[in-house]
Design a protein around this ligand. Structure first.
Ligand SMILES: Nc1ncnc2c1ncn2[C@@H]1O[C@H](COP(=O)(O)OP(=O)(O)OP(=O)(O)O)[C@@H](O)[C@H]1O
Ligand SMILES: Cc1cn([C@H]2C[C@H](O)[C@@H](COP(=O)(O)O)O2)c(=O)[nH]c1=O
Length: 221
């Protein structure tokens, strides 16, 4: 069974960039590595619906529970795709996984109690009811808010919107609560989680250097 490695973080943290560098670094070691990015906007019904939510085209507000089900559905619909890759590879790198659902949707609730309840519910929905494999290792990319905001501006146009900032990216307070939630998840499960800084001194670290740090910490033989 392939090792499942998830790269997590707020919007614009550099997850896509670091995930690509990770696949390259693992392949340079002679390992068979593949990348899966969630949401899969163009491949699943859940992913397409999420694009509509993020573009602000839904006719009504999407509750945290409804959004959580759509993101989970996207991963459920991707199960065969992930299984096929896992059969043929040593390491699967996920650009976002179940923790994104927990950190973001909990950030949209109105109390700490509700947030905790929703996180537990999402974990059970995805891993127990849907039977999805949770990542063996989750990396929280710790990128300061102002740097992440600059990174979002550098992104190419997305398939689901022409806007520079989608609905979640435009909400700075949400992004800060998401950061807090990720730190909480990492603190609660130190076996699974590692926190990796993407900025050192004056500016961003090179993606290849960040990838090397992550690979060096993996329990791969
Ligand atoms: N370490 C880095 N050094 C220099 N530039 C970076 C770095 N990380 C990201 N960038 C720049 O920021 C842009 C956005 O980064 P990326 O797409 O990896 O973020 P992301 O976390 O995947 O975003 P989102 O979650 O919003 O999709 C990249 O296209 C790249 O130009
Ligand atoms: C997979 C996943 C994502 N989200 C949130 C996080 C982002 O704001 C958007 C889209 O992700 P992208 O990396 O910018 O393409 O959706 C979420 O809330 N739950 C999830 O499971």
């Amino acid at each position: 069974m392939a090792y499942h490695l998830a790269i997590e973080g707020a919007d614009g943290a550099g997850k896509g960039t670091v995930s690509a560098a990770l696949v390259e670094a693992l392949r340079a070691q002679g390992r068979r590595a593949a990348l899966v990015s969630f949401p899969r906007y163009a491949e699943t019904v859940g992913g397409y619906a999420i694009g509509e939510v993020l573009a602000g085209r839904m006719p009504r507000t999407t509750s945290p529970e409804a959004a959580a089900v759509l993101y989970a559905l996207d991963r459920l619909e991707s199960r065969d795709h992930v299984r096929a890759l896992a059969d043929d590879h040593d390491v699967l790198v996920f650009d976002r996984h179940v923790a994104s659902n927990m950190a973001y949707q909990a950030a949209r609730t109105s109390s700490i109690e509700e947030a905790g309840r929703l996180m537990r519910w999402i974990w059970q929905l995805e891993t127990e009811q849907f039977g999805l494999i949770p990542p063996d290792r989750a990396i929280y990319l710790d990128t300061p808010a102002e740097v992440a905001r600059g990174f979002i501006r550098l992104k190419q146009q997305r398939s689901y919107t022409a806007r520079t900032f989608d609905e979640y990216e435009a909400d700075d307070a949400l992004q800060n609560r998401v950061r807090d939630n990720y730190r909480g998840l990492a603190a609660a499960d130190p076996e699974r989680w590692r926190i990796v800084a993407t900025v050192a001194g004056e500016g961003p670290r090179a993606p290849a250097e960040i990838a090397q740090e992550i690979v060096a910490g993996l329990p791969l033989t």
